[in-house]
Design a protein around this ligand. Structure first.
Ligand SMILES: [Zn+2]
Length: 191
């Protein structure tokens, strides 16, 4: 939410990244150049995204541990989320096994730690996941944020996370869709 001094306000749902960060608004006439505004974060929506996204770390890590499949895309929502998994053979996928394993991690009070590590340390770490994108980050950035779900997942990530898995409700399998050879789109929400 963005508030203008004249009592008007606008909702910012979308962020477009690039050289500059852009927040599209519906009525640009409300704004004048140079105007001072104040922004507010929707705490409930933000917290929901933090829970969904942290659950996705666990979901993707355990899918990889169970079947060696790679997460090749995801979309996090406040109500439900989906993860695209790439399998050698997607017949091995079993939603009950995955959801049960995810829920057992969630109910185990596992700390979620945030580190700032040098690139080298990240690339050399033998437990590190998802480093393929790192070459796209300018070399002037020497340290990256690494998120660790203790004993479950470790990867560079700039998203929002909870600090302990106990803050996340149990997840529920919503469905799967075939998305081409070896690829499944799996959706979940919270019970
Ligand atoms: Zn993350």
């Amino acid at each position: 939410m963005i508030r203008l001094g004249d009592g008007n306000s606008a909702v910012l749902n979308e962020v477009l990244s690039g050289e500059m960060i852009l927040h599209p608004v519906e009525e640009i006439e409300m704004f004048r150049k140079g105007q001072e505004v104040s922004c507010e974060i929707d705490v409930l929506r933000r917290n929901s995204h933090s829970m969904m996204h942290t659950a996705q770390h666990i979901f993707s890590a355990l899918a990889e541990d169970l079947w060696g499949c790679e997460t090749v895309g995801n979309q996090i929502g406040a109500e439900q989320s989906r993860v695209d998994l790439l399998f050698d053979d997607k017949e091995v996928f079993n939603p009950e096994d995955l959801i049960e394993t995810v829920n057992s991690v969630l109910s185990s009070n596992i700390p979620v730690n945030v580190h700032e590590w040098e690139r080298e340390k990240i690339l050399m770490h033998d437990q590190m996941r998802h480093t393929k994108f790192m070459h796209r980050i300018p070399t002037s950035i020497t340290h990256l944020r690494v998120v660790e779900v203790e004993g479950v997942d470790l990867c560079p990530c700039a998203g929002t996370h909870v600090s302990n898995t106990s803050q996340i409700p149990r997840v529920r399998f919503l469905g799967k869709k075939n998305k081409g050879k070896g690829r499944l789109r799996v959706s979940y929400d919270f019970e």
